[in-house]
Design a protein. Sequence first.
Length: 196
Amino acid sequence: MRRTGTKNRGNLTVCVFCSSSDHVPEPYAEATRSLGREMAARGMRLVYGGGNNGLMGVLAEETHRCGGKITGVIPLALRDLGYAYDKADEIIVTDGLRERKAVMEERADGFIGLPGGFGTIEEMLEIITLRQLGMHAKPIVFLNVEGFFERLLEQFERGYCERFIPENCRTLYTVTGDVSRALDAVKKSYQPSAEI
């Protein structure tokens, strides 16, 4: 693992999982810019997948433009293809995706999932599963822009109804379509001493 930049743990650090696609509808990009602006305004540090493309790039650029601090975590193969956001305050280059997720999990005080594809959904489900297993106690929020996660949440409901998922797992995550409420949920649920 290779690092550049300096580590600053003075403020709340929020890990955001989001799309690398450059072809998503504008409402998703605007919500992403809003999240970056508000994180910067609140003095929250962003840790994310390190990309310069898709919603990842939109988020990094807006957070940076508004004075926010950024840690990008990117696999070596993607960096070598030119996908790294080189203006990040700190760039951590990992050997692969699994290490990337582990670094983001370790650095984050909470997690927000924006709309995204297979990778984004997988990251959110893994971080929920890790909390279910007691491996962390950090807040997790689905930022449900344009109702993007509704079908996934319906699948969760079927899991609850048919008892594949215990009812108490409903408390593992929060769902909101509002950027301010998403950040409020992370801040409200964050407990520095809650790590297991």
